[in-house]
Design a protein around this ligand. Sequence first.
Ligand code: B12
Length: 220
Amino acid sequence: MNHEEILQNLADSVISGDEEKAKDFAKKALEAGIDPLTAINEGLMRGMSQVGDDFSKLKIYLPEVMMAAEAMKAALSILEPAALQKGTGTLKKSKVVIGTITGDIHDIGKNIVAMLLRANGFEVYDLGRDVPIDDLIKKAEEVGADIIAASTLLSTSMPYMEDLISLLKERGLRDKYIVMVGGGPVTREWAASIGADGYGDDGEEAVKVAKELLQRVKGK
Ligand code: B12
């Protein structure tokens, strides 16, 4: 089986919500020497993007989306250790507190961002999903974080990102942290408009922007 066929099977496993197939083809991808990030971006994400389209066109419903999410997570559990092994590990001293913000339980994208940050040597504190902004700030204070990163896929949760920045200002902590935001409905323009320091379209851009900001703002 060639690389493209393996990637297509990974996409199909997400579309059909088949956890076993997803795990099986994640293993096959690694055995075939496919880069774990390629397997994620060109296999799993391709499938999830199709699921998103079908869901918005009402061709499928929530239970199918949930099954797709489980299949994606199953494959990620196999690809993540491989991605971490390939990581550069040069930024160990930089700490990131990350979470999906209040009201939102979508965490696949946030998990990918967290994974790629880890693979690039960041020390990541992942608070999970539906995380109150106060918890993000408390954790950042507790661990001495450099970056607070917030994710959301729901437009109804976007205002909490703005609240996060306001609360940091209120507490006199705004200059202490780099704030990054991202997720489906979040745009570069909107991120700038609320005064966030950084935005990323995807996990790879998130890492690139985090590194640039660390160097520019914190000299790390
Ligand atoms: C899978 C999914 C679910 C799963 C989530 C499982 C899970 N554990 O995450 C389940 C079934 C649970 C679900 C539930 C719901 N969902 Co849903 N879901 C999706 C779907 C199909 C895919 C999302 C996904 O995982 N994408 C793959 C990941 C890898 O991509 P990503 O999240 O965008 O992340 C990348 C980038 O955005 C970026 N990024 C992400 N976070 C961050 C953070 C930072 C700091 C940076 C820099 C970058 C960054 O990097 C990531 C990796 O490359 C989308 C459709 C879509 N087109 O997105 C709908 C979608 C997000 N869901 C939607 C809705 C409405 C819901 C529900 C409210 C439905 C309901 N009626 O109950 C509930 C949410 C309940 C709640 N309180 O949260 C809407 C949101 C509309 C909106 N804009 O507000 C969408 C867009 C579907 C639609 N077209 O209507 N959903």
